[in-house]
Structure formats: C-alpha cells, structure tokens
Ligand binder design. Structure first.
Ligand SMILES: [Zn+2]
Length: 350
C-alpha cells in the first residue's frame, strides 16, 4: 500500500501538466463520442432512428419516448436536490454506500498539491481552486487521480479581514464546493449530475448517462469522497487553506498561487496511509466514522411516523397478530403515547 501511495505522490511538480493532459484527452474523447444523448433530444427532439440504448429497467435496449420522459423527470429531481450548492458534508452524506466503502478501503491518501484564486465571469476572483492528488484503486491502470475542488466562499474569506486566516479557513471548508475528478466513474456516472446540480468544476457534461446511470444515482466517486473527508476533518487541508487565504489577502483581490512542497506531500501521504482501516463497527477512519454517525443521527431525526408504523406492523405480524387486531393495537398504542415498537415489545412480554 505504501508503495502505491509514494508513486501517487511522486513528482508533484509534473502533476499539473499531467492533469491538463488528461483533461485534454477527456475533451477529445468526448468530442469523438458518437452516441451522446443531447439535451434537446432528452427534451423530446429525438429521432428513434438513432437507436441509442439505455439500461433503464435493467437490460440494454433501445430508448423509447417513455424513457425520455423518465430521463427528464430524473434530471428535474436531481436538479432540485442540489439547489443552493453542495458542501463537503453533503457530498459524503448523499453518496452511495458502495462508493463510500470503496473510498474507505481503497483510497488511502488525498493531498492538496496546489491552490489558486480563479476568476468568474466578472473577472473578479470568485473561488479558490485546490488541486488534490489521490492514489488510485487496486484495479486502476494509473497510479493516481486528480481531483479539483473549488471553494465558493473564498471571496468572503478574503474580504472579511477581521477574521484570522485560520478562522476564515475553518469557515471556508464548511461552505460550498464544486468538484471534478479525472476517473471514469466521475466522467461517465456523475459529471452529468454535477453539471445539472451546478457544482461541476472543469468541463460541463450535458450528455445524459443513459447507459451507466439513467436513474442519476449517487454524487461522488471514491477519490472525491476521500478528498471531501480530508476537507472536512484533515488538519493538513486546514493549514493549506490558511496559507492560501494569507496569500490571497496579501494580493488583496484573492489572486495568487500556492504549492505544496514535495517533502511535505510525502510526509502527509505516509501519515494518512498509516491510519488503520477495517473493523466491524468502526471503519478505523475517523472521518468516515464521523460521517456515518452524522448520517445515522440525521436519519433518526428525519424518520417519519408512517415508517415507524410500518416497522411496528411488521413486528406485530411476526408476533402473529391479524391485520385488523394489529391496527386496533396500533391505534390504542398511539393513544397511550407508545411507539409501535414499544407496543410490540409489551405484547411480547418484554
Ligand atoms: Zn474519481
């Protein structure tokens, strides 16, 4: 594992041109791709003669007009989910369990390599772009991946001089982010969602993922997830953002560029790789455990009454109560202020 990490972090100085080369290759592949389903086709101008395929419903088959209606619906729902941007916490919370699991097990390091203020349409510096490097998973044909994160609260962090750079950095990492990764999972599954959710950094993707992800599930790949957990909990990211803010304030308008030293990057990668992983109840990774605890808390807070009733009914069914008796018991339990679970436990004689 350590060798993989060291390979990923070696030659930090060449990493920017490597990232640019991969982005260029991505662009060329995208332009040459023959089977893109364009937004105007999704909205109804689709020629069935194109015979584009989808996996909606489980098998590969030609797209129908019903599918297009479903795609439109899924895109609308996804767009609504992300109104108001996304934070690193939300990226972790809203991601698929499988992606989180792979991040925890396979991606052992995420190190910031460089940062710069990026200008928006108004030519003002509007965000801080931080480039991260992660190791690649075990089945990858590359040694590392490049994850770009833009922090949207940067302008405020520069302007609010009353706050120390350290405090401003602590605030910045809790605010909105946009992101991009050069891996296939991000490019083919998630980049479209990021584009309609308006949290994509880097090139937008307007082609609907009709084969890979027609239901538009998930948010982030394992590399992005590892990076987000470092943004949320890692002291190294905090220190790096503090430096970036100091530099941005020196230049007043937030412009400027900082780099991670090769030695420091190697030290951080080694430190991260030594963190324990695995275990039954804890992942051994405090950032992911914290994310998981937060998630549990959230799901407890948002569990609705009908859900509880359903659980209670199931238990009563298991106890052998008939549906009619069950409903009466549940109504009685509610009047007594008991939860269905408590009622089931009493019936069981607990
Ligand atoms: Zn990725």
């Amino acid at each position: 594992m350590a060798t993989g990490d060291q390979r990923a972090i070696s030659k930090l100085r060449g990493s920017a041109s490597e990232a640019r080369a991969r982005a260029g290759e991505d662009q060329r592949q995208r332009q040459a791709a023959p089977n893109i389903l364009n937004p105007n086709e999704v909205s109804g101008n689709y020629d069935a003669g194109r015979m584009l395929m989808t996996t909606l419903g489980g098998e590969v088959r030609p797209i129908t007009s019903d599918d297009l209606a479903m795609f439109r619906h899924n895109a609308r729902v996804a767009g609504q989910r992300f109104q108001g941007g996304i934070t690193s916490r939300q990226v972790i919370d809203m991601s698929l369990a499988g992606d989180r699991d792979r991040a925890r097990r396979q991606i052992t390091m995420a190190v910031a390599s460089a940062a710069r203020g990026v200008r928006g349409r108004s030519r003002q510096v509007s965000a801080l772009e931080v480039r991260f490097i992660t190791n690649a998973g075990p089945d990858s044909d590359v040694n590392r991946h490049h994850v770009t994160v833009e922090f949207t609260g940067y302008q405020t962090a520069i302007a609010s001089g009353a706050e120390s750079p350290k405090r401003a950095a602590a605030r910045l990492r809790k605010q909105g982010v946009r992101f991009d990764c050069d891996c296939g999972r991000h490019r083919y599954w998630f980049r479209y969602i990021a584009t309609i959710g308006r949290y994509n950094a880097g090139r937008p993707e307007t082609g609907f993922p009709k084969i890979r992800n027609p239901k538009l599930n998930g948010v982030a790949c394992k590399h992005v997830l590892r990076v987000m957990s470092e943004i949320e909990g890692g002291s190294a990211v905090q220190a790096f953002l503090t430096r970036a803010i100091e530099k941005g304030r020196q230049n007043e308008d937030g412009s400027g560029h900082i780099r991670q030293q090769q030695k420091e990057a190697e030290r951080l990668a080694e430190k991260q790789a030594k963190r324990p992983r695995g275990g039954a109840n804890t992942s051994g990774d405090r950032d992911f455990d914290r994310a998981r605890r937060a998630l549990r808390k959230q799901s407890r807070a948002t569990t609705t009454k009908p859900k509880k009733t359903a659980n209670g009914s199931k238990r009563m069914k298991a106890l052998g109560a008939s549906p009619g008796a069950r409903d009466k018991l549940l109504a009685a339990a509610r009047e007594l202020g008991l939860s269905p679970e408590q009622a089931a436990a009493i019936l069981k004689g607990k």
